[in-house]
Design a protein around this ligand. Structure first.
Ligand code: NAP
Ligand code: MG
Length: 478
């Protein structure tokens, strides 16, 4: 792979019209240059949309079986490239190599789900006779889709959006996050290898603030599938609404994990560590608030602190590392500021904080307790390895506190009591509820999406992963 990453437009590799590039830094080595990516302009986005628009008609008329064959070849190439790609993800994102392998595996699992689902989905509508009229429902691809993805799951999220878009006959212009352009360009190479026709998939790197408006407001772009912050999601929704452009927004979170007095504390602590510190707390479904029944708060906290002590923070490519750096300088600054604010507002730091290791953007697994509902750490998404522990009286109070959030992405409870578990499942205001499982667990057969300010539009995966990308037509033949 060359040191300059190029855009992939109309089946060819090209530089940006700007002639400018930006640095892709390895977050484990401040100031390092992994490679450089194109600092694209609206002109490049225009070219990519033009290519995708031209490619749309032939691609949407390609039989589903042929589209499936291309996606199957893409998934084979992805499986073959697993190790190489995991290394790229780890290098540019900072997640451990094990976590990066897990990301590729997750993309494969979801991709195979969509590959199978499309057969059922596309063949679902049976004609029916109504008197002298025959009627049926017909699916149509939308057209050009804009895909905007974050850096935390740089290849998995783009696959979760792009493969259903392509399988349903749409064409795609993809803008990756600026922290992680390398895995995006690598994925474009896999599409090329799989023999996807020119223009069906296009990848344009560059700043979201520069390219976003062009992609969202372009009359040929029929839908935007976005994953990222609630702040940017809101901007996209406001712009898209003016033109009735369809949106699918997967946004931020502040997921709570409830631990009741009868819980298996070891299991609850393991789930907290997994979902609180996995990918350095940078899952959208990360556990960030822990609501502890007063009876077990002390015992749970002692076990959690012992687990934090045993964690090794450092080089993500070292197999012994349990947590790598956060993804880059803006992440590091934001998390550091949130830690300082939590201290200033009276939360008690029990473990961690900013690491002394200044080689990379390292934050230690961080635990605050004594967190109350008036503190920023209770409400604001930090998107880092920072846990806010609060003590609650009972399930009633736990649910009130858990639901006291603008966000509603994921959640979890640890309890052995069926009635408590079922009440939590009924009352939690979130797109995902987990009983005795960590808050990041998911399977592709079920929807992946958030409630409240955590999401908008149809969820990804599940039954709606494909639905988002089609228009339905009622046909009556007399
Ligand atoms: P972000 O700042 O919102 O960026 C996400 C993407 O949007 C990036 O590609 C970014 O480009 C682009 N962007 C920025 N400004 C834009 C604009 N004005 N118009 C159009 N696009 C724009 O989020 P992030 O920091 O990368 O990711 C972290 C956030 O994503 C967290 O809030 C996390 O919870 C959320 N997330 C949610 C899910 C989910 O499924 N719900 C999954 C993963 C992450 P640049 O990189 O060039 O700025
Ligand atoms: Mg990077």
């Amino acid at each position: 792979m060359s040191d300059i990453l190029q855009n992939y437009i109309n089946g060819g590799w090209c530089d940006s019209a700007s002639g400018q590039t930006f640095v892709n830094e390895n977050p484990a080595r401040r100031g390092s240059v992994l490679n450089r990516a194109q600092a694209s302009t609206a002109e490049d986005v225009e070219a990519a949309i033009g290519a995708a628009a031209t490619a749309f008609k032939p691609w949407s008329r390609t039989p589903v079986s042929e589209r499936q064959a291309v996606v199957a070849r893409f998934l084979d190439a992805l499986a073959t490239a697993r190790e190489e790609l995991a290394r790229i993800v780890s290098l540019e994102n900072g997640k451990t190599i094990g976590e990066a392998r897990g990301e590729v595996d997750s993309a494969l699992l979801e991709g195979r789900h969509h590959l199978q689902q499309i057969s059922v989905f596309a063949g679902e509508s049976a004609p029916r006779a109504e008197g002298s009229i025959t009627a049926w429902e017909q699916l149509h691809a939308l057209g050009v889709i804009g895909v905007i993805s974050p850096w935390n799951y740089p290849m998995n999220v783009m696959c979760r959006k792009t493969l259903p878009a392509l399988l349903t006959g749409n064409t795609v212009v993809f803008k990756p996050a600026s922290f992680t352009p390398w895995s995006a360009v690598f994925m474009a190479g896999l599409f090329e290898k799989a023999g996807l026709p020119a223009g069906v998939f296009n990848c344009v790197s560059g700043l979201g603030s520069t390219l976003g408006n062009k992609l969202i407001k372009h009359p040929r772009v029929r839908a935007i599938s976005f994953t990222g912050s609630t702040e940017v999601g809101r901007k996209i929704q406001l712009l898209a609404a003016e033109d009735f452009t369809r949106t699918q927004l997967e946004l931020g979170g502040k997921s709570a994990l409830i631990v009741l007095a009868d819980a298996d504390l070891d299991a609850a602590v393991e789930a907290t560590v997994k979902a609180g510190f996995g990918c350095s707390g940078q899952w959208c479904t990360s556990t960030s608030r822990v609501l502890l029944a007063a009876e077990i708060a002390e015992a749970y906290t002692a076990k959690l602190l012992a687990r934090c002590q045993a964690m090794k923070v450092g080089d993500p490519l070292d197999a012994a590392t349990s947590m790598g750096p956060v993804a880059g300088p803006t992440q590091f600054d934001g998390i550091s500021a949130a830690i300082a604010k939590a201290k200033a507002q009276g939360a008690r730091l029990r473990f961690g904080g900013v690491s002394d290791n200044a080689e990379g953007y390292y934050i230690l697994p961080t635990v605050f307790d004594g967190v109350t509902r008036d503190m920023a750490i209770f409400h604001e998404e930090i998107f880092g390895p920072v846990l806010a522990l609060s003590t609650v009286r009972d399930l009633d109070e736990a649910l009130t506190w858990a639901n006291d959030a603008l966000y509603g992405l994921s959640s979890a409870i640890f309890t052995k009591d069926l009635a408590s578990a079922m009440r939590y499942v009924r009352e939690i205001e979130a797109g995902m509820a987990h009983v005795n499982i960590h808050s990041g667990f998911k399977t592709p057969e079920l929807p992946f999406g958030g409630w409240k300010e955590s999401g908008f539009g149809l969820p990804e995966n599940g039954k709606t992963g494909l639905e988002f990308f089609v228009e339905r037509k009622a046909v009556y033949v007399g």
